[in-house]
Write a protein that binds this ligand. Structure first.
Ligand SMILES: Cc1cc2nc3c(=O)[nH]c(=O)nc-3n(C[C@H](O)[C@H](O)[C@H](O)COP(=O)(O)OP(=O)(O)OC[C@H]3O[C@@H](n4cnc5c(N)ncnc54)[C@H](O)[C@@H]3O)c2cc1C
Length: 295
């Protein structure tokens, strides 16, 4: 039996029909049936019908019509970080933590690790993801990436739950090797002990690289850099900075960012993406994901 929106499922997951805009950094997206899952049993039930996983919504442009599948949000224990060092696996230099839920917001986690004097993940500072989403695509910067600090991953699929180590995955630049739809439900972190001030200094250094980025609602960079050329520069050279469709705009600060001025629709954003592709004479590959599907 499937749970109806506004109810609680067989295993206790809250199910509601909600606008997805509120779960994304762009603030755009129509309704879907959202499943708030807090533990393995609820997760298993949620995977019994077609589904999508929503993390921090920081790499998504979701259609104004929403999506037909159920949308999973990791909450409760799956959004909690146990950073206690495992005595069997930690020593004077290295700490292996307890489980960190896939639904934990990455920015807060990075701040906590800094205060605890635990290094390896500070290069990901400023990425507004959840741990699961950031692991799924090995988010990072030139100062470091998620796989710099992973010990074990728990992955859940409709077939069940398993634990893997990074060595068992073919991870690389901005990809984990984990197939789409496999849920990163929890991870254990492998970190180096360091002085909190030293970790903070690295975070500050990595943060400087973001100074030119817009502060408004956005899903991050729109396009990958084609053949090493800056996509932002190409869009800027096409004279598109500041161009507006409806309430979406190509950021005046950085042309590879589309921002929501307030009340933008997914259609506005798509129109800007099309305009950029028409005006820039080079094929451009999208950086973010479009729900329900790619253009
Ligand atoms: C201002 C800004 C700056 C950014 N800077 C960077 C940067 O420096 N480096 C960088 O790499 N990225 C950056 N991004 C992009 C984005 O933060 C990353 O792509 C991030 O990994 C997305 O994670 P998320 O949790 O928000 O995932 P979402 O956007 O919610 O989802 C993205 C994909 O991950 C999947 N997913 C989400 N959670 C899980 C899970 N638990 N298990 C399995 N799959 C999951 C989703 O199904 C979807 O396919 C930036 C974005 C913004 C808005």
């Amino acid at each position: 039996m499937t749970a109806l929106p506004g109810t609680v499922s067989r295993t206790g997951a809250r199910v509601e029909r909600l606008p997805l805009a509120r779960f994304t950094t762009l603030g755009v997206g129509g309704e879907a049936e959202v499943w708030f899952v807090g533990h393995a049993e609820q997760l298993a039930e949620a995977l019994e019908a077609p589904y999508r996983i929503l993390g921090g919504g920081s790499n998504l442009v979701i259609a104004d019509e929403g999506v037909p599948e159920r949308v999973l949000r990791l909450t409760g224990p799956l959004a909690v970080a146990d950073l206690t060092p495992d005595p069997a696996l930690s020593d004077a230099e290295t700490v292996v933590t307890g489980w960190v839920g896939g639904g934990v917001p990455l920015p807060g986690l990075i701040r906590k690790l800094q205060k605890l004097g635990l290094s390896n993940l500070e290069g990901t500072v400023g990425i507004p993801a959840q741990v699961g989403g950031a692991v799924w695509m090995n988010a990072g910067t030139r100062f470091g990436e998620m796989f710099d600090g992973l010990h074990t991953l728990e992955i859940v699929t409709p077939e069940g739950r398993r634990q893997v180590t990074p060595a068992q995955l073919s991870w690389g630049y901005r990809q984990s090797g984990i197939p789409r739809g496999h849920v990163v439900s929890r991870v254990r972190l492998k970190l180096r002990r360091a002085a909190p001030e030293a970790v903070l200094a690295k975070m500050d250094f990595a943060d400087v690289a973001r100074k030119g980025q817009p502060k408004m609602k956005t899903p991050g960079c729109a396009f990958k850099n084609p053949g090493g050329v800056s996509a932002g520069r190409l869009i800027d050279e096409a004279g598109l900075k500041g161009t507006r469709v409806g309430n979406a705009m190509i950021a005046p600060e950085h042309a590879n960012f589309i921002v929501n001025l307030g009340g933008a629709s997914s259609a506005d954003v798509h129109a800007l993406l099309r305009l950029i592709r028409e005006r820039v004479g080079v094929p451009l590959e999208l950086e973010y994901e479009l729900w329900p599907g790619q253009d």
